[in-house]
Design a protein around this ligand. Structure first.
Ligand code: MN
Ligand code: MN
Length: 456
């Protein structure tokens, strides 16, 4: 059902029996998946609970089998083997599980005017002024030289301290407030306060030594171990229902864990499909899909090759044919129309909260640069299935022509010569520490993803 508010069809019962429980599961998942590592771990846990086996633990594959694989703890892929040959192509849902945030530098710790601070480098596109004077958590890993790993997760447990980045008091901000918003808080000034007490005894009576002593006691790590750490500074606290009618969810990292979770739930519901179903959750989208765990990595092709080897279908040519015959929804969020910022949209071609899943042919800028520009034939096929299933959907561009733009993983998979279109959930406050989605859209996206896997 195209371009209609979905609540026109819904009643209280639909909310209490279907939408609310689904979205509560999502809210909990989001709250405990603030890094790509945690999202991967939590996705794998769900897959195992649904009978998925690790790909390298099975010798051969037959229709109906469910397998998953994990790439370097930050990138996960799931498959349900279809009755058709894999060579004939697979149906893929691809989402990213990294979100904009602030990362610690490799040599982060310093002391200034009797504060210990952590120097950072932000990750992805953020409005820096949104990240100051608010509670933050530190989540990540520290690898030691002996190969052992220490997990860090401070801020989100009720008894934990929280962290933060200072902003200047209003009383002395006359000069600061004349700066453009991009300069009000400088990237190099996004430093996290770690402590303020100096040791009272021993050789080094300074604050830095004291926080190092605490880190040594808690984690057994030395200052140099930060070199091989990956610690992310993320908004503290749980995702919450948003609005007096609880129609929305406010939380950190909807982009793109909301599409990752709904894609994941969709494949977990798939039993005995005709075409092989796939859900891939990638890392690094927010910095250009680079690296071994990003969408540009050969990992995806390699894992399909492994799959075909275990299915008895592998040859280089069959792998190429599989990719050519595959179809994909690039499950990523869209910019929802915000009543306070109407001028950035062309309202006929914009995404609205509560109108269901959003299809984006053009996410790019400057004459569709960087977009998927999906084929109309493929779009017609999808429309047909969604209408048959009574699923709400809409189409959108990312803002008015020539106002900005953004990227997704769609074009990367399209480079393998498969049909791809962006399809996801409308978000308000995208990339802010608190993003907003509509529960109806979360549920409709999940239904759409499932229909795509089973009916296309
Ligand atoms: Mn995204
Ligand atoms: Mn993004």
């Amino acid at each position: 059902m195209y371009n209609k508010y979905a609540y026109e069809k819904y009643d209280e019962n639909k909310f209490s029996s279907e939408i609310t429980p689904f979205c509560e599961d999502y809210r909990v998942f989001l709250s405990k998946s603030k890094t790509e590592r945690l999202a991967t771990r939590n996705a794998v846990e769900l897959a195992i609970a649904h009978g998925y086996k690790r790909l390298d633990s099975v010798a051969s594959l037959k229709p109906g089998d469910k397998v998953y694989d994990v790439n370097r703890d930050k990138n996960v892929v799931l498959f349900v083997i279809g009755t058709e040959k894999i060579t004939n192509g697979i149906n893929i849902l691809g989402a990213h599980i990294d979100s904009p945030r602030i990362d610690l530098k490799q040599n982060p710790l310093y002391e200034s005017t009797s504060f210990a601070l952590l120097d950072t480098h932000y990750y992805g596109g953020i409005k820096k002024y949104q990240w100051v004077a608010r509670p933050l958590s530190l989540i990540g890993v520290i690898y030691k030289k002996d190969g052992s790993v220490v997990e860090v997760n401070i801020g989100d447990n009720p008894n934990d301290p929280v962290f933060g980045i200072s902003d200047l008091l209003i009383h002395l901000s006359q000069e600061q407030l004349t700066k453009p918003a991009a300069k009000v808080i400088e990237g190099e000034n996004l430093d996290v306060t770690l402590g303020s007490l100096a040791l009272t005894e021993g050789e080094n009576k300074d604050v830095k030594s004291n926080v190092l002593r605490i880190l040594k006691g808690k984690y057994g790590v030395e200052e140099d171990d930060f070199v091989s750490a990956e610690i992310e500074v993320v908004p503290q606290g749980e995702a919450k229902d948003y609005g007096i009618d609880k129609s929305m969810i406010a939380g950190y990292g909807h982009d793109d864990r909301v599409c990752a979770y709904t894609s994941l739930r969709a494949i977990l519901d798939v039993e005995n499909p005709k075409r092989t179903s796939c859900c891939i959750l990638v890392d690094k989208e927010e910095i250009g899909s680079v690296g071994a765990t990003g969408a540009q990595s050969r990992y995806f092709e390699n894992v399909i090759a492994e799959l075909m080897e275990k299915n008895g279908e592998y040859s280089e040519l069959n792998l190429r044919r599989c990719l050519t015959n595959s179809k994909m929804l690039s499950s990523d969020v869209s910019a929802g129309v915000d009543p306070l910022f109407l001028s950035v949209n062309e309202l006929k071609n914009s995404a609205y909260l509560n109108k269901g899943i959003v299809f984006n042919k053009y996410t790019g800028s400057r004459g569709k640069s960087g977009c998927n520009d999906a084929s109309p034939k493929f779009i017609a096929e999808i429309r047909n299935v969604l209408d048959e299933e009574g699923i709400y959907y809409q189409t959108s561009e990312l803002g008015r022509v020539d106002l900005g733009g953004g990227g997704t993983i769609a074009y990367i998979l399209a480079n393998l010569n498969m049909d791809v279109i962006d399809a996801g959930i409308a978000v308000l406050n995208m990339h802010a520490p608190m993003e907003i989605v509509s529960k109806i859209d979360v549920y409709e996206a999940y239904r759409a993803y499932k229909a795509f896997l089973l009916k296309i």
